[in-house]
Write a protein that binds this ligand. Structure first.
Ligand SMILES: *Cc1c(COP(=O)(O)O)cnc(C)c1O
Length: 231
């Protein structure tokens, strides 16, 4: 085992302990939390090592940067597209990324529907919501969620698996209302009965705030620097 790989294994173990502790504090089961290793800051080599260490869900936020890793690692991991998705990149990511965490506008939904239907695949999507209201963040305004779902619910090649948000980068505890807000939105969406199925997931929590996100109901946490480092 190289030093780097050992360092990586230790990092993963340390994060795992913190996830478990957050589950214990909030009475949640560890099995309900999924971890995405965000590899955008690291080399192909490190990404590959992370997969070997058991991080089988990998997240990237730009296709241009992910391409090399995707081509090398491919089916050894499940791929998550977590960044802003330009409509003209849908053709590149569909079929390669099992989940898209950044559905935030009708034009993107239409393109996903069109391309997914044409190739006979389902586009599993999280709807990105800008709960904090920061201008710098992508995502739907919370009060637009239900009307958005109303517009896309007949797009049969789309499957809405959850909601996603990014909290402001500040004191972790200050992010709690943002995560709670996303959970309440998901519950409201489910209560509305608008979709013929239950929307189970919440993609929320990054390196600086994942424990709070878990306490507030995250089912997918997206961890970059704390888990695989920054090179
Ligand atoms: C980069 C990124 C992450 C991971 O960031 P860290 O703070 O390093 O954990 C998570 N989610 C999204 C959408 C990102 O772009």
């Amino acid at each position: 085992m190289t030093t780097t790989q050992q360092g990586l294994a230790e990092r993963i173990r340390a994060v795992e302990q913190r996830i478990q502790a957050a589950c214990d504090r909030s009475g949640r089961s560890r099995q309900d939390i999924n971890v995405i290793a965000v590899t955008k800051y690291v080399s192909l080599d490190t990404a590959r090592q992370a997969v070997e260490e058991g991080c089988t869900h990998v997240g990237e936020n730009r296709w241009q940067d992910a391409k090399e890793k995707w081509e090398a690692i491919g089916g050894a991991a499940t791929w998550h597209f977590i960044g802003h998705l330009q409509t003209n990149k849908v053709k590149d990511v569909l079929g390669k990324f099992a989940y898209i965490h950044s559905l935030d506008r009708i034009s993107l939904a239409e393109e996903l529907q069109k391309k997914a239907a044409a190739s006979g695949v389902t586009a599993n999507c999280f709807i990105q919501v800008n709960v904090s209201g920061e201008e710098s963040k992508y995502g739907l305004a919370p009060d637009k969620l239900l009307s958005f779902v109303e517009e896309i619910k007949t797009m049969s090649a789309l499957r809405i698996v959850g909601l996603m948000t990014m909290a402001p980068y500040e004191d972790a505890e200050a992010t709690r209302p943002v995560f709670r807000g996303l959970r309440e939105l998901r519950d409201r969406l489910n209560r509305s009965g608008m979709l013929a199925y239950e929307v189970p997931h919440l993609s929320m929590g990054m390196s600086n705030d994942f424990e709070i996100a878990i306490e507030e109901g995250a089912t997918w946490v997206r961890l970059g620097s704390i888990l695989v480092g920054k090179e």
